[in-house]
Design a protein around this ligand. Structure first.
Ligand SMILES: Nc1ncnc2c1ncn2[C@@H]1O[C@H](COP(=O)(O)OP(=O)(O)OP(=O)(O)O)[C@@H](O)[C@H]1O
Ligand SMILES: [Mg+2]
Length: 258
């Protein structure tokens, strides 16, 4: 198995603003969001980071995508370090989030060209890839319609497409099905399974057990910024279902649930 993503002892601490201290009823000035977290993802697999609100999933994914830098530790993407080779890392990674807001004034066509230009995609490859992707998601009819006038599902499809214009080897998806209806959620999960069948490596974060059970090959359970368990889904769910495993771990590592 080829190691495509190696996450080594990642650590990230945030300063807490006075305003946030009040909201959280705390006097702590800093928050350790990710605490020496490690895992490896292999080529052609879907790896799920499973964790509750505030566990540190988004912070971890943002460090992997080189959007924020780690305080300690490193991430190797296809051998390239996020610390010293962020350019190479970004060229190999597609970062998607269900919270991505596309500029409402632009059309899918314009955004596709814009992101392709940003990633320096060759003009000829660009056109071929766009035709394929737009056809796969039924975007052709809406190619010249402003984002503001598209349905939520179509907006999500356009977001998916523009995040893979550069045909990345690794696709990182933060909470892929959050806030989506069942039909759009299925489009997203089918897309991820299709990318996997093309040999891509996919990292998803979620708090939804059934999503992990449906699409992930391996799972990492994140509790309080640490990796509490990391193994194949098959091994993790050999004796108990994922939900039971998660709650038992949570009780052990973080105390009672609520
Ligand atoms: N920019 C920031 N400044 C201060 N604190 C932050 C910042 N980003 C995240 N945090 C804190 O770090 C912790 C981990 O946050 P993170 O967003 O990584 O969790 P998450 O697992 O993605 O949670 P969710 O399921 O709610 O998306 C939380 O306590 C959060 O409040
Ligand atoms: Mg998050």
């Amino acid at each position: 198995m080829q190691e495509l993503l190696v996450v080594k002892d990642l650590r990230k601490t945030f300063r807490i603003s006075k305003k946030q201290q009040k909201i959280d009823h705390t006097k702590e000035k800093t928050k350790v969001a990710v605490d020496r977290l490690s895992f490896t993802a292999y080529k052609g697999e879907i790896f799920g980071l499973l964790g509750s609100n505030g566990a540190g999933k988004t912070t971890t994914l943002r460090m992997i995508a080189s959007l924020i830098s780690p305080d300690e530790g490193d991430v190797l993407v296809d051998g390239f370090s996020v610390r010293t080779q962020a350019g190479q890392v970004r060229g190999r990674i597609g970062f998607l989030t269900s919270e991505l807001k596309l500029e409402e004034f632009f059309t899918p066509n314009y955004l596709y060209e814009f992101f392709s230009e940003l990633h320096g995609v060759d003009k000829k490859i660009r056109a071929e890839r766009k035709a394929k992707l737009f056809a796969a998601f039924g975007i052709e009819k809406f190619a010249e319609v402003k984002i503001a006038d598209l349905s939520t599902g179509m907006k999500q499809k356009v977001s998916l497409v523009v995040s893979v214009v550069h045909d990345p080897d690794i696709i990182i998806f933060d909470e892929p099905t959050n806030g989506l209806d069942v039909l759009t959620a299925k489009v997203v999960t089918d897309f991820l399974l299709d990318l996997k069948s093309q040999g891509k490596t996919i990292i998803v974060s979620t708090h939804i057990f059934s999503l992990v059970e449906k699409i992930c090959d391996r799972v990492g359970v994140v509790i309080n910024g640490t990796m509490a368990l990391c193994d194949s889904l098959e091994n993790v769910t050999k004796e108990k279902d994922l939900e039971t495993v998660f709650f038992e771990l949570y009780k052990e590592k973080a105390g009672d649930v609520a």
